[in-house]
Write a protein that binds this ligand. Structure first.
Ligand SMILES: [Zn+2]
Length: 254
């Protein structure tokens, strides 16, 4: 019953209408229990809820596709959805892989090239809870299970605050590190914290990435700009309300 309830609230009538107008790209970070002291509880999706969301998508005949397929255009009438994970958290490897396999779903994990097997240093320095990031062995298993990897820079900086040369190093350098490590092309990029601008977008395209994901809300109709893809955090209605309050509180009492 609980599963059913959680699944029901994920794909609301409004979400279903929106999903019919373009390819939805879903954003996840962590799957499993929230780490003690985590500043943003909404970065965590309980394992059962993640499983229920995949079940719901499947029951609505959504097919999980790669970002390359998502931007390829509507050559068939399949209902496409893309599942993305930012940051490369080890809890995704531990808790999401079984559900992905169970529902025959494919996903992409955006990795931070210089923090493989490390911690979420960019959050810890702001007092956030530590999270372990996937190591090389886990990433190889992730790839062997049929999933993809993309780049989320080398160190997860605030890209718009860097010089263009430093941003280029983070964007192109991380692609090279990941390709050398795993021996396969890295075609997709996600802007850390969703922070991007036109100059950064051009650097991402010049570096040879086929697509780049922002955190701008929305779906992607045919012909959507490939290096400004929109995404959706699949929160329930009550979570959305909770998140707005959480943001407000943080704003006035950081
Ligand atoms: Zn991130």
């Amino acid at each position: 019953m609980a599963f059913r309830f959680l699944a029901m609230v994920f794909l609301s009538a409004a979400q279903r209408r929106l999903f019919a107008t373009g390819v939805p790209i879903l954003t996840y970070h962590s799957v499993g229990p929230r780490a003690a002291g985590a500043r943003d509880p909404f970065l965590y999706v309980p394992t059962a809820q993640f499983d229920a969301q995949l079940a719901r998508l499947r029951s609505e005949s959504f097919q999980t596709v790669s970002l390359s397929e998502a931007v390829a255009g509507p050559e068939d009438s399949a209902r496409k959805v893309v599942i993305t994970f930012d940051d490369g958290c080890a809890n995704v490897f531990q808790n999401a892989l079984p559900a992905l396999a169970k529902h025959q779903a494919k996903a992409i994990q955006f990795l931070i090239a210089k923090l493989i097997g490390g911690k979420n240093d960019w959050m810890i320095k702001h007092g956030d809870a530590p999270e372990t990031l996937m190591d090389v062995t886990q990433i190889k298993e992730w790839l062997a299970a049929g999933h993809e990897i993309g780049s989320h820079t080398s160190t997860h900086p605030n890209l718009p605050k860097l010089s263009l040369a430093a941003a280029r190093e983070e964007i192109a350098g991380s692609k090279k590190i990941l390709e050398d490590f795993f021996g396969q092309p890295v075609r997709h990029f996600a802007y850390p914290g969703g922070k991007w601008n036109e100059a950064l977008r051009d650097i991402v395209a010049e570096a040879g990435y086929e697509t780049a994901c922002t955190t701008n809300f929305g779906v992607n109709p045919p012909g959507a700009p490939r290096h400004e893809l929109r995404r959706i955090v699949p929160l329930t209605r009550s979570e959305l309300i909770g998140k707005s309050f959480h943001r407000l509180r943080r704003k006035f009492r950081p």
